[in-house]
Design a protein around this ligand. Structure first.
Ligand code: NI
Length: 177
């Protein structure tokens, strides 16, 4: 088990479509344990594999920090239904630290995916659960919650966003051989 390093805004992996998991093998199960371990050290309710440098379609949602008893790891998830009812709520993201903004999303969804035991499930979710599942699914598509923010909200957070990008740039500059 390992606590993995978080990739933050500006890291190209966050903008790529993650790869399908072709086989449920030990590597995949290890990724899931690492995601659990990493998320447990963070103040968050979800974590997608690309956020820790693994370009695979796997994520974890764990609402227990929000006092809701929902925890699921999904492999190759698909959204098979989105309600026409939409709802606006403030979101943040472990890969975009300290930035918050309102995101409008379908209020309820149905999602299909594989559990770590290999079983294919379809889950119906609403409220915070639906929101977290959609947010994590977006990570697998290279989409970040800030992509949905209004120009005003983006302007409000511009300094923070620039700082995160600058930190990433400096990190890249240091890796020279
Ligand atoms: Ni996120």
């Amino acid at each position: 088990m390992a606590v993995l390093k978080m990739c933050t805004y500006g890291d190209p992996i966050l903008r790529k479509r993650a790869e399908d998991v072709s086989e449920l093998n030990d590597d995949v199960l290890k990724y899931i344990i690492d995601l659990e371990e990493t998320l447990s050290k963070q103040n968050g309710i979800g974590l997608a594999a690309p956020q820790v440098g693994i370009p695979k379609r796997i994520f974890l949602v764990d609402l227990r920090p929000s006092k809701e008893d929902k925890k699921i790891a999904l492999i190759n998830p698909e959204i098979i239904y989105r309600s026409s009812d939409i709802i606006e709520r403030e979101e943040g993201c472990l890969s975009v630290p300290e930035v918050w903004g309102s995101v409008i999303r379908p209020e309820s969804i149905k999602m299909k995916g594989m559990l770590p035991n290999g079983r294919i499930v379809t889950i119906r979710a609403d409220g915070l659960y639906a929101r977290a599942l959609q947010h994590e699914y977006d990570h697998l598509e290279g989409v970040l919650f800030i992509d949905y923010l209004s120009t005003g909200e983006l302007d409000k957070n511009k300094e923070l966003l620039d700082t995160i990008i600058e930190k990433n740039r400096k990190k890249l500059d240091r890796i020279q051989i």
